[in-house]
Ligand binder design. Structure first.
Ligand code: UT7
Length: 330
């Protein structure tokens, strides 16, 4: 009997805007210091979309990069899924704009709104679509421009966020040694107000008043998210490894959501992961929400840290509240 199909990553890509927002730049906007930001978050600088740059334009660039890495052309793609919470517009889906930007038409394209867990949600759905046998070459993109929703007078949140995009091309394999071995996604809607943007949707429609009250910006209960994140990250990684019968020494690289360096270090050290097995780029990009894992994954891939046969553990959590973890073999 043939093995069930599952998705394997055959190409990765990413894009980060050229414009850099450093801690020194933030010190001109709010009462903060480079020392405080580095100590509490690990972020030294982040990227920021410039004129004309949006999640769709960043997503298109990342997708082209992933297609090139896979040695494929856009017309081979038969499904596009985009994780974003900062879409170009409330509708249509950013995935449709990416489809158009890649010169494609007719193939299905839709967004997933799962915040920082968006890439793992999208990867999990893509893997299911591949397992169904209905799609063969799936483009999974995650792209966010949270600086567009950041209040640069709120020192508790503006230090964290940056913009960027990442993408992978997923193809079917029936080789039991390769591909996505495990994926778990979850949500707890009762925590919806931990991180949210109150206005601009249909509950509180955008108006001069909502703008004056800064309700179009991210509102975040940082401390509570922090506590939730550390425990959740430990539990997600431990459960993923247990379900796959893997130990720390079997994992070649952890690619965590670049949420906050302290959260990453605290969670990975609890499981006794050595630092060199954890990919971190938060110092240069900040927290790019859904884009953070595929952006990091692409950099790890191009740096030769994900060779064929490598076992990777991806882990994320974010607004929703949502979370997800995947174990995959390259
Ligand atoms: O992807 C999910 C998105 N959300 C997150 O990742 C949020 C997760 N949470 C965090 O990363 C951290 O909670 C923060 C980095 C946001 C904040 O760090 P913290 O260690 O939790 O600080 P805190 O909020 O407990 O504040 C401690 C102190 C406060 O002063 P007092 O009340 O003790 O006098 C804050 O007012 O630090 C102060 N503070 C700052 N000081 C200098 C808060 N922000 C800053 C700042 N610069 N930027």
């Amino acid at each position: 009997m043939s093995q069930p199909l599952r998705g394997v990553i055959v190409g990765t890509g990413s894009y980060a805007p050229a414009k850099v927002l450093s801690n020194a730049d933030l010190m001109k906007l709010v009462d903060t210091s480079d020392e405080w930001i580095v100590q509490r978050t690990g972020v030294r600088e982040r990227r920021m979309v410039g004129e004309g740059e949006t999640p769709s334009t960043m997503g298109i660039a990342a997708a082209k990069n992933a297609l090139e890495n896979a040695g494929m052309t856009a017309d081979q793609i038969d499904l596009i899924i985009c994780g974003t919470i900062s879409p170009d517009m409330i509708f249509p889906a950013t995935a449709c704009l990416i489809q158009h930007g890649l010169g494609l038409s007719e193939i299905p394209a839709f967004d997933i709104s799962a915040a920082c867990s968006g890439f793992i949600y999208a990867l999990t759905v893509a893997d299911g679509m591949i397992a169904s046998g209905r799609y063969r070459n799936v483009l999974v993109v995650a792209s966010d421009a949270l600086t567009r929703f950041t209040d640069y007078s709120d020192r508790g949140s503006c230090i964290l966020f940056g913009d960027g995009a990442g993408a992978v091309v997923l193809q079917p394999t029936d080789d039991p040694q390769r591909g996505l071995k495990y994926s778990h996604i979850g949500a707890r809607g009762s925590g919806w107000d931990f991180i949210h943007v109150p206005a601009g949707g249909s509950r509180i429609v955008a108006s001069a008043q909502t703008v004056a009250a800064k309700q179009h910006y991210i509102q975040m209960r940082g401390r509570e998210v922090y506590k939730f994140a550390v425990q959740q990250m430990v539990d997600l990684m431990a459960e993923g490894m247990a379900q796959c019968g893997l130990k720390v020494e079997d994992i070649d690289l952890v690619v965590p959501h670049q949420v906050n360096q302290r959260i990453i270090e605290s969670a990975t050290s609890k499981l006794e992961f050595p630092l060199e097995k954890v990919f971190v780029n938060i110092d240069r990009y900040g927290n790019t929400s859904g884009a953070s894992i595929p952006l990091a994954l692409d950099q790890a891939h191009r740096a030769g840290r994900t060779p064929p046969g490598a076992t990777l553990l991806l882990v994320a959590f974010g607004a929703g509240l949502t979370w997800g973890a995947s174990v995959l073999k390259m």
